[in-house]
Design a protein around this ligand. Structure first.
Ligand code: SF4
Ligand code: MG
Length: 330
């Protein structure tokens, strides 16, 4: 099977002014070589603590930021090779939904106009067609037709979220990137949106990438999950494997720290997540998790573990997982 999106060794470093200075800069290594295959019609999850580079990776996947190195290939086309005009066309195939549609939606534009704008910018459509396409998109996401002429401030968070989904959907995308999209919603509205996402997936062959810190949500929704730490993926596995047989100490620590996941396949006390991650300005040598890892041993501070496919489809980056030497140390 051919991946819908191929992320290959993507790197993003940016310059940030040093605290308390005017003209001294440091390099923030936000994303440090991420490789992922996102398959058609899957729900791919990316989890990690805040500051792990998720936001930067989100902007890279949505091509709102361009990687310094590496490539993102959508349906066989490397985004970096497209002309501005081709990029506009290709952009309708992958859409980003933001966490807080309240801030993302212009306050003085009616619901109908907002959805319509998205089509006018990207698509070719006649005026006569416009209203009926907007109405169809509204119906598809469960927005009542009478909302067409309303302003967004009168609406609930769930309704605003549906407006952004309609805005994306009207362009007939293949891939939706959801940045904490479900986290601001209460349980009921979250469930309704999950149902909507799955209905839309069936109907339109959609692929989703959920980027979130919310492990319970990701467990409920995602088929495959990647765990991110300090700009790198440390584990990638199927839902069941990740939650019932996690391999990387950081994954275990994250699961231990999640209050909403009751049964854990290991003793959570052995994997307490303490302290803060190192700064992405000053990344230590060796395994970047070593400063917080309860299982760290000598080799960890010297050598960076590679993300290795240990069994088909299961990737992890930890010295403990590769062979006799590591087992002896453990
Ligand atoms: Fe812990 Fe070492 Fe594995 Fe890193 S390589 S996660 S420090 S055991
Ligand atoms: Mg972030």
């Amino acid at each position: 099977e051919v991946p819908l999106m191929k992320v290959e060794d993507v790197v993003r470093t940016y310059r940030a002014r040093k605290r308390g200075t005017f003209n001294t800069y440091s390099n923030v290594q936000a994303v440090r070589g991420v490789t992922l295959d996102i398959m058609p019609c899957e729900n791919f999850g990316i989890v990690g603590e805040s500051g792990c580079g998720k936001s930067t990776l989100t902007r890279l996947l949505a091509w709102l930021e361009v990687p310094d190195n590496g490539s993102i290939v959508l349906n066989g086309t490397s985004l970096g090779t497209l002309s501005p005009r081709e990029l506009i066309r290709t952009r309708s195939e992958f859409q980003l939904l933001l966490q807080d549609p309240y801030n993302a939606l212009p306050p003085r534009t009616t619901v109908g106009r907002m959805i319509e704008e998205s089509l006018l910018i990207r698509g070719n459509v006649t005026r006569a067609d416009l209203r009926s396409r907007v109405m169809a998109a509204m119906a598809e996401v469960g927005l009542a037709a009478e909302l067409y002429d309303q302003l967004p401030n009168a609406l609930s968070t769930g309704e605003r979220q549906r407006i952004s989904i309609a805005r994306a959907l009207i362009l007939d995308p293949k891939l939706l990137i959801l940045d904490e999209t479900l986290s601001a919603l209460d349980q009921r509205e979250q469930s309704r949106l999950i149902d909507l996402f799955s209905k839309l997936q069936e109907k339109n062959d959609l692929t989703y990438v959920f980027i979130s810190h919310d492990l319970a949500m990701v467990r409920r929704v995602c088929t495959r999950i990647a765990v991110m730490y300090l700009g790198e993926m440390v584990e990638i596995a199927d839902n069941r494997e990740l939650f019932f047989d996690p391999q990387h100490p950081y994954t275990k620590a994250l699961l231990s720290a999640a209050p909403t996941l009751e049964e854990k396949p290991f003793n959570p006390a052995d994997f307490l997540l303490e302290g803060e991650p190192p700064s992405p300005i000053d990344i230590p040598a060796g395994c970047s998790f070593a400063s917080r890892c309860p299982k760290a041993f000598g080799r960890c501070r010297l050598e960076t573990p590679k993300l290795v496919e240990h069994t088909p489809g299961r990737f992890a980056a930890c010295h403990l997982l590769d062979g006799e030497e590591a087992q002896a140390a453990a």
